[in-house]
Design a protein around this ligand. Structure first.
Ligand SMILES: Nc1ncnc2c1ncn2[C@@H]1O[C@H](COP(=O)(O)OP(=O)(O)OP(=O)(O)O)[C@@H](O)[C@H]1O
Length: 249
């Protein structure tokens, strides 16, 4: 029996910026539905790898495939960055609506979908607010709702919680863990934080210092539904994974 097509296939990929080799060679296969976290020190090439998967950059060597094809910039995935990048002249609902419009959702279906998506990210009552009237954490939730509006099953997240305070960050991690499990999407998440990596990932890949190569690749076998986040963070298995990843990073 042939195995199903991986969501993302990175075949011996290298990336150079001028004379500087930032990444690789890297070989990684990401099955559909996996939550992969890329972790590593600053400058090791995590964002470069994510940009290659998004199709914003072309590899200097090797090949990137998303669902079997070369990624198309802006089309290949839902994207969430460190800054929410919302449009200030639109309401919160208007920002999500625009993503639905780009995704080809008919006008008459959009209001209900906007409501559903905002509810899914824990923001049932802010559709009519202006983007500057909500907190940074709420703005990042809107960015996530907008990424989920894209029908593509791949979600790419580049340090989306790095600018948030510790409490808001933990709450968003807990919600993303649930939302991603419920959506069944393949997620690739970049972070500096070992804690965040182990909490969110069903697999954690640590990269070496430049050029970034795979230094560690571990499946994280922790329950993904019906668990109390506080308990999970205190569990001995969680602590053991964290120690394993930290010893590499
Ligand atoms: N456009 C560019 N031109 C030249 N060099 C670049 C460019 N983008 C990134 N680099 C270099 O490539 C290396 C990898 O950068 P990248 O942003 O992928 O790392 P990162 O692991 O995401 O870092 P950070 O965690 O600090 O965001 C770094 O040394 C960086 O300086």
């Amino acid at each position: 029996m042939s195995s199903p097509e991986p969501a993302v296939d990175i075949e011996d990929v290298e990336h150079r910026y001028g004379a500087v080799t930032a990444l690789g060679p890297v070989r990684l296969t990401v099955p559909a539905g996996q939550f992969l976290v890329l972790v590593g020190a600053s400058g090791c090439g995590k964002s470069t790898l994510l940009r290659l998967i998004a199709g914003f950059e072309q590899p200097s060597a090797g090949r990137v495939r998303v669902n079997g094809a070369q990624p198309v910039p802006g089309r290949g995935a839902g994207l969430v960055f460190q800054a929410p990048r919302l449009l200030p002249w639109k309401t919160v609902g208007g920002n999500v609506e625009l993503a639905l419009r780009y995704a080809g959702v008919p006008r008459e279906d959009r209001p209900a979908r906007v409501g559903e998506l905002l509810e899914r990210v824990g923001l049932p009552d802010v559709a009519n607010r202006r983007t500057w009237e909500i907190s940074g954490g709420q703005q990042q939730r809107v960015a996530l709702a907008r990424a989920l509006a894209v029908p593509n099953p791949l979600l790419l997240l580049d340090e989306p919680f790095a600018a948030l305070d510790a409490l808001t960050r933990e709450r968003l991690q807990e919600d993303l863990r649930q939302v991603s499990a419920a959506s069944g999407r393949t997620c690739i998440f970049v972070t500096h934080s070992v804690d965040e990596a182990v909490f969110l990932g069903s697999r954690v890949v640590a990269l070496t210092q430049r050029p970034g190569r795979v230094a560690l690749d571990v499946p994280i076998d922790l329950p993904r539904a019906g668990v109390d986040a506080e308990e999970l963070r205190r569990a001995p298995e969680f602590t053991a994974y964290r120690a394993e990843v930290r010893s590499t990073v």
